[in-house]
Design a protein around this ligand. Structure first.
Ligand code: AMP
Ligand code: ZN
Length: 480
């Protein structure tokens, strides 16, 4: 079945054609590790994860590369402002290296919790300074650079279609004209490839280079690392929507400067997560982290479910009410899965009575139902990752009374290869003996109509993290 994706370059949805059949190379702009990732950042990584899972679902081999920006970059996109890592180090009284290391680990731990499949390669910018220098040398050799006040600039006027990604014309960009004009640039859209001098001097991270000791500009790391791990022509590049305008526009310029052609076939961007009027942002310091949600009693998967409810190309508005709905949906799904596992056992017993012919007929029926739903689901996720519709299909299956419990569970587990809601691990908890004893005492109290004692025991069970569900003449305990 064909796959359709919306390419920011050209702004249209088109059929995906891989460079090599059955294989897809994806590069994802990773986190800048001077602070915890906020839940907006995580949206961009969950999007890349769903994209990759969609390809795996379609039997592609996926080579997924993500960088870690551990070189300090300036707080604004336009080569202005302070160095982000140095700012983090000053805030925390640590070295820039310690800050980067700490937040890289924190990011990978969050990614794990939210069921992001670890990329094939995670590449740190600081491990690739040599590759960046070599690429700048190529760009220089091809005549796209100039040196001004010790810094190496990319001359954007040399590329007639500079800005084609988001349709900006050179020097006609409003957002750029608002930033302080750099008197050392020939054109305002020019950008630094290598800094040897910067107004905030005293950089802790400094490397030797043909242009003098200094540090790379922000954009070169992604061009150098994507070329190293995916080649100078690869399938897909992802990032948050804010990266298209400057970072990715400049990546295109660098690759055209070095290789004389653009290196990416499909540019995919996920929209922002917003809270009220505001885009969540690390640099303003006002943001929620995954841990903030966990501390309030939500699971990382509740948040993942919340994200899947909105198409990646639409803004998603975060609120605790919306997260509550996701949590309720996850609770419902979990209960349904546990119920299916219980039903499966009695179903198997029923089948023992059936004749061989009945069994074969039933299996064929189930197979065609299974294929029907798989096709429907595939069509939805292959259509530019329509996760809201894919979730609707999941609920359609949950509520389809014609499906037998085994087929139903198998379908949900298959969908989960893309959705990543961790359905396989939804299993009955083993209840500790201590709780079983308390429950037995309570059952006895109920039988004797000793309501006071029964309530006390229910509270004691609750205090230990289990809730009692009473149903006419029987009761059950579940972990909260
Ligand atoms: P950073 O760690 O700042 O380099 O950002 C990592 C990723 O998060 C990038 O792809 C950004 O485009 C993306 N991003 C930043 N803020 C948001 C937001 N509020 N909503 C969604 N994605 C975001
Ligand atoms: Zn990048």
């Amino acid at each position: 079945m064909d796959i359709f994706l919306t390419n920011t370059l050209g702004r249209k949805k088109s059929k995906f054609i891989p460079i090599k059949p059955g294989l897809v190379g994806i590069y994802t702009c990773g986190p800048t590790v001077y602070h915890f990732a906020h839940i907006g950042n995580l949206r961009s990584f969950v999007f890349a994860d769903v994209l990759k899972r969609m390809f795996l679902f379609n039997d592609y081999k996926v080579n997924h590369v993500m960088n870690i920006t551990d070189v300090g970059h300036l707080t604004s996109d336009a080569d202005e402002g302070e160095d982000k890592l140095e700012k983090g180090a000053a805030r925390e009284g640590k070295t820039v290296w310690e800050v980067a290391d700490f937040y890289t680990k924190a990011f990978l731990a969050d990614s794990d919790k939210i069921k992001i499949i670890t990329p094939t390669t995670i590449s740190k910018a600081t491990d690739h300074i040599k590759e960046m220098i070599n690429m700048i040398k190529e760009i220089e050799k091809n005549g796209y650079t100039y040196i001004s006040e010790g810094n190496v600039y990319f001359d954007t006027s040399k590329l007639p279609d500079y800005g084609k990604l988001t349709g900006i014309k050179q020097n006609e960009d409003e957002s750029r004209s608002r930033v302080e004009k750099d008197p050392h640039k020939k054109n305002q859209s020019d950008f630094v490839l290598w800094f040897t001098r910067h107004k905030h001097g005293n950089h802790a991270m400094i490397w030797d280079s043909p242009w003098g000791e200094g540090f790379p500009g922000w954009h070169i790391e992604c061009s150098a690392m994507s070329a190293k791990y995916l080649g100078n022509k690869f399938d897909i590049h992802t990032g948050g929507a804010d990266l298209a305008h400057i970072h990715h526009t400049n990546e295109i310029a660098q690759c055209e400067g070095a290789f004389n052609h653009d290196s990416v076939n499909y540019w995919l961007h996920s929209e922002f997560l917003v809270m009220g009027e505001n885009k969540m942002s690390k640099s303003t310091g006002e943001f929620l982290m995954l841990q903030s949600l966990i501390d309030k009693g939500y699971s990382p998967i509740d948040f993942r479910y919340f994200l899947l409810g909105t198409h990646y190309r639409k803004k998603i508005s975060f609120s605790f009410d919306a997260l509550d709905s996701a949590k309720n949906a996850m609770e419902k799904l979990r209960n349904k899965i546990l119920e299916l596992r219980r039903e499966e056992v009695s179903e198997e017993i029923d089948h023992i009575e059936e004749s061989e012919l009945e069994k074969i007929e039933e299996e064929l029926d189930e197979e065609s139902e299974y294929e029907f739903y798989i096709d429907q689901f595939r069509e939805q996720i292959n259509d530019d990752l329509n996760t809201p519709q894919a979730l609707a299909t999941l609920w359609e299956v949950v509520n389809d009374d014609e499906l037998d419990p085994i087929t139903k569970r198998e379908l949900l587990e298959k969908f989960d290869e893309v959705l990543g809601l961790d359905i396989k691990s939804m299993r009955e908890e083993t209840i500790p003996t201590e709780i079983i004893i308390l429950k037995k005492e309570r059952d006895l109290a109920r039988k004797n109509k000793d309501w006071k004692k029964s309530d006390e025991l229910r509270d004691a069970i609750l205090a230990k993290g289990y809730k009692v569900l009473d149903d006419k003449d029987k009761s059950e305990v579940r972990k909260i």
